[in-house]
Design a protein around this ligand. Structure first.
Ligand SMILES: Cc1ncc(COP(=O)(O)O)c(C=O)c1O
Length: 447
């Protein structure tokens, strides 16, 4: 079958509910690039939605997985332990954002790990309710749909959801009505911290602390718009949790493993989670996720209450070990800092330019988790297909795609997110920035 016909076959027979950015068939990935079955080479600033942090098919990760494939593929975790999992724990313990995080449970996907965290919080506290943030994304399973508040598309038509979930505002200062009305007095650098007040109100009006097991929060909102919280917010949430005997769960599925320039984003604010959720970059594309907590909490669970046939797969864990080694050996975090600066310079250049500056509302992010929000007259119109903004962000994204740069949008507002591999080279970043600049200039001319 011809290459294009193969894509048409996929469109016909792969579930429509997935929705996708490009109707192409990928056959190869190497470093920051992917290739299609038509030989088209594309620069991947999505990294498979923040998964291949070390680039596609990093040779050391591939080698570790290949070698493990020849030794032991499946050592079921409820049957016995296996060495790659123990070795992964050896490598992860020293990079945890707090030394109390010393006991691990591994699963396959981010959503499963979020559910594992909820199970632990409920068991450990004997309370039921969970508070999440407005704009949060935690997955698309029956359990995590209840916790996801970034876009209605993730839940529409699938109710009823898990009960006992309450949403509290996240400090999205760019879209905050209080900041907007303050005439520039309030904003990210001088946040009113109203969301902390709202969290306390929620605990008085909707979910009493005695019923509340956990606050679940992404340290940097991902699918909600790549929103970094202002200084002091996470510490204030930690205090509210401590004052009320509530556990703090940090979902570092997207922000973890170097994405923000630190191993985990929590390090920026020195906030200790009771439970942390990990996935995506943990094994650079092999399906692996996990939670970590302190032993005293983990030990409250009954043997047999946790597990799953494939959880903590030996090949995925071996890849995870290689990832941890590469992060250190190749000084990946140094590259994140340098490439982040390069990307931010381009974005600030676009904002300063008379050609494009009027389009840009906000530039934000940490490390290589960067968002570019465009001005939009009111609430953006969302496409009926996938509920993504149908305005400037989608137009810029489409132009980037035409020129072989893959990018993603995020949030209900007009925002493009940049999540290249953390190993992206200076030259690759230069090429990506050039394509992006051209795309924004073209859209500015046409609108
Ligand atoms: C913060 C966060 N949590 C959870 C998930 C769900 O992970 P998965 O898609 O592996 O189920 C995601 C996925 O994008 C995420 O970004």
């Amino acid at each position: 079958m011809a290459a294009a016909a193969r894509a048409a076959y996929g469109v016909q027979h792969v579930a429509k509910g997935i929705g996708r950015l490009a109707n192409v068939v990928l056959t190869k990935g190497q470093g920051s690039y992917v290739w299609t079955n038509e030989g088209r080479k594309m620069l991947d600033f999505t990294a498979g939605i923040g998964v291949v942090n070390l680039g596609h098919c990093h040779p050391k990760v591939t080698e570790a997985a290949q070698s493990q494939l020849g030794n032991l593929v499946h050592a079921q975790a409820n049957i016995a332990m296996h060495e790659p999992m123990l070795s992964l724990i050896d490598h992860l313990k020293p990079v945890m954002p707090h030394p109390s995080l010393d006991t691990f449970f591994f699963w396959n996907s981010g959503a499963e790990a979020v559910e594992a965290a909820i199970k632990l919080a409920r068991m450990a506290t004997r309370r039921q309710n969970v508070i999440v943030m407005q704009g949060s994304y935690h997955g698309r399973t029956i359990g995590t749909m209840a916790l996801t508040k970034s876009k209605t598309v993730y839940g529409a038509g699938f109710a009823p959801f898990m009960p006992g979930v309450f949403a509290s505002p996240f400090p999205y200062c760019t879209q905050c009505a209080v900041a907007g009305a303050s005439g520039g007095k309030l904003g990210f650098d001088n946040c009113c911290m109203d969301p902390v007040h709202e969290l306390q109100v929620l605990l008085k009006q909707q979910s009493t602390p005695a019923d509340t097991a956990a606050v679940l929060i992404e340290p940097v909102l991902g699918e909600g718009g790549y929103v970094v919280p202002p200084a002091g917010f996470l510490a204030a949430v930690r205090k509210v949790c401590d004052d009320n005997g509530i556990l703090l769960i940090l979902d570092e599925v997207q922000s973890g493993f170097g994405r923000t320039g630190r191993y985990f984003a929590a390090e920026y604010w020195g906030v200790r989670p009771d439970i942390m959720v990990m996935a995506k970059g943990i094994a650079n594309g092999l399906p692996l996720s996990g939670i970590v907590s302190r032993k005293e909490l983990m030990d409250k669970q009954n043997p047999g209450s946790m597990g799953g046939t494939y959880g903590g797969n030996a090949v995925a864990c071996a890849a995870g070990v290689a990832c941890a080694q590469v992060m250190k050996e190749e000084k990946v975090l140094d590259n994140v800092a340098a490439r982040s600066k390069q990307l931010l310079e381009t974005l600030h250049g676009l904002k300063a330019s008379p050609k494009t500056g009027h389009l840009i509302k906000d530039i934000r992010g940490l490390g290589l988790m960067i968002g570019l929000e465009f001005n939009s007259p009111s609430f953006p119109t969302l496409t009926p297909q996938s509920n993504v903004p149908a305005g400037i962000a989608s137009k810029v994204q489409a132009k980037c795609l035409q020129n072989d740069l893959l990018t993603l949008t995020t949030s209900i507002y007009e925002t493009i997110r940049f999540i290249p591999p953390l190993t992206v080279s200076e030259e690759e970043m230069r090429v990506g920035c050039e394509i992006l600049t051209q795309a924004v200039e073209d859209v500015a001319r046409e609108t």
